[in-house]
Design a protein around this ligand. Structure first.
Ligand code: CFN
Length: 487
């Protein structure tokens, strides 16, 4: 099965049959089969950003994940305290692969995990005193740390600790910014509210707080690139080759200073709109900085985005932009001619966060692959509005799908590749379905920009056409005929 509207409608109904009536009605609202009306509507969306249905397996994270894991964690010269019991910090330690330059423990703390390790006594008597001690210890152990953020875990909010008062007191005592972030995991329905809370904390404590000695006409910010596997580096290099000056990276490989000077830029470039849209609209209102959404996945979208960015500047930048595209185009053609014949027509399903389920589509299409189903864990209405026009009719689009729904779809659509997260990966492997982790890039990356596409293409080929699939007795025999795969 593929992109037939009626077939897919029927298949979806069959899958949802398994639920009791109330659950079925609810889950139905989180699906659409793409059609002409949705593509042209502009305002159409799926029901989204709602509480997950109790009793089903959701892929979502929590507000703490959205703040500590996503937005604040990559700021490298600050120490981020996972404030509460040890588990949240332990399980979020080093999993997102947000790379950063610097010396670990000296001026880069991204790969470290600091937690207040709440015990029963802290729950009963409060953790404020302990937090003060930790702040002092951080200052003593890491004298070059430029600031501290306090990332609240659930119990901190439940017992009513005053982390704001501790932050204020310790900030004066230690002489560095200490920022309380009220990102208790129970807030909201997913990590998405954590992004918003984290953005608000940046706004309230750091935005606009410092000046830039010399400003230039080509000063820009990269907003919402977290440097997963080096993504922001592969993006920055193109912008710089075009003659632009990146004054701040939010927040991949970013510093506290970059959070405080970003308001001096001439243009905000936003890659992950879902997690940082609050910041670009805030900077637009407060400082009049325009912003532009861009997409650096795959050569088609990259070139489109580079031209859209250049169009916001003068001829000098526009000419450079064409030179950059001309420089990389032959490299991209070589990659496509190498990998497209091995990947053409392969059917892909995706389920990722709040951006990549849409942003990566062009990269697959550049390789001749067909995305037959895609969806998000925690997208909002505006993300779906932008998704329908990117996809052909018949594509299945889903919101916060359950593990059962996704597995059923994958099997019935007989896909060649699933792109999702680590919680799904080994289930699909056991089903004999090639899988790529599209959060951490499966220990690979970068995938952004021209350099990233070379790796993306190689990874997709390596995964789909690995001879290993034909050795798995799962009912699915693998993508390449056995002979071709060398088995
Ligand atoms: S790096 Fe980003 S691109 S920040 Fe966001 S919405 Fe997550 S951690 Mo996982 S991969 Fe994912 Fe996006 Fe933006 Fe990452 S699609 S779920 S919260 N995400």
């Amino acid at each position: 099965m593929g992109l037939n509207i009626e077939d897919n409608q029927k298949m979806l109904e069959e899958i949802l049959e398994a639920y009791p009536e109330k659950a079925r009605k609810d889950r139905q609202k989180h699906f659409e089969i793409n059609n002409e009306e949705l593509i042209n509507c502009g305002k159409c969306a799926i029901k989204s950003n709602m509480k997950s249905r109790p009793g089903v397996m959701t892929q979502r994270g929590c507000a703490y994940a959205g703040s500590k894991g996503v937005v604040w964690g990559p700021i490298k010269d600050m120490v981020h305290i996972s404030h509460g019991p040890v588990g949240c910090g332990q399980y979020s330690w080093g999993t997102r692969r947000n790379y950063a330059n610097g010396t670990l423990g000296i001026d880069n703390f991204t790969a470290m995990q600091v937690t207040s390790d709440f015990q029963e006594t802290d729950i009963v008597f409060g953790g404020d005193k302990k937090l003060e001690v930790i702040c002092r210890e951080i200052k003593e152990m890491f004298p070059l740390a430029k600031g501290i953020s306090i990332q609240s875990e659930c119990p901190v909010g439940l017992i009513g600790d005053d982390i704001e008062a501790v932050s204020k007191k310790m900030s004066i005592e230690l002489g560095i910014p200490i920022i309380p972030v009220r990102c208790e995991g129970f807030r909201g329905v997913s990590q998405s509210l954590g992004h918003h809370i984290a953005n608000d904390a940046i706004r309230d404590f750091l935005m606009g707080k410092k000046e830039l000695a010399e400003c230039g006409p080509y000063d820009i910010n990269i907003i919402g690139d977290y440097n997963i596997g080096g993504d922001a580096w592969a993006s920055r290099i193109l912008l710089e080759e075009m003659g632009l000056r990146v004054i701040a990276q939010w927040s991949g490989d970013g510093t506290i200073n970059e959070l405080a000077i970003a308001h001096k830029a001439k243009l905000n470039l936003i890659h992950c709109h879902r997690s940082m849209n609050y910041m670009v609209t805030t900077m637009e209102k407060a400082y009049g900085i325009p912003w532009l959404e861009y997409n650096f996945f795959g050569p088609t979208k990259t070139a489109e985005s580079l031209r859209a960015i250049a169009a916001r500047f003068d001829e000098y930048i526009q000419e450079n932009c064409e030179k950059v595209i001309a420089k990389y185009t032959p490299q991209m053609e070589a990659i496509i001619s190498k990998f497209k014949p091995r990947l053409e027509g392969k059917k892909v399903m995706l389920l990722v966060g709040g951006l990549r389920a849409r942003h990566t589509l062009g990269a697959y299409e550049d390789l001749g692959m067909e995305v037959v189903g895609t969806g998000y864990e925690f997208a909002h209405k505006d993300d779906y509005e932008k998704t329908f026009p990117e996809l052909p009719e018949g594509t299945i689009i889903y919101d916060d799908p359950t593990a059962y729904e996704l597995e059923e779809l994958a099997q019935r659509l007989d896909i060649d590749l699933m792109g999702s997260g680590v919680k799904e990966k080994y289930v699909y492997h056991k089903m004999g379905i090639p899988f790529r982790q599209m959060h951490s890039w499966d220990y690979s990356g970068p995938y952004h920009g021209y350099d990233g596409f070379k790796i993306f293409a190689k990874d997709m080929d390596m995964t789909i056409n690995s001879p290993v699939w034909s050795l798995i007795n799962s009912g699915k025999t693998g993508s390449l005929p056995k002979k071709e795969a060398g088995v």
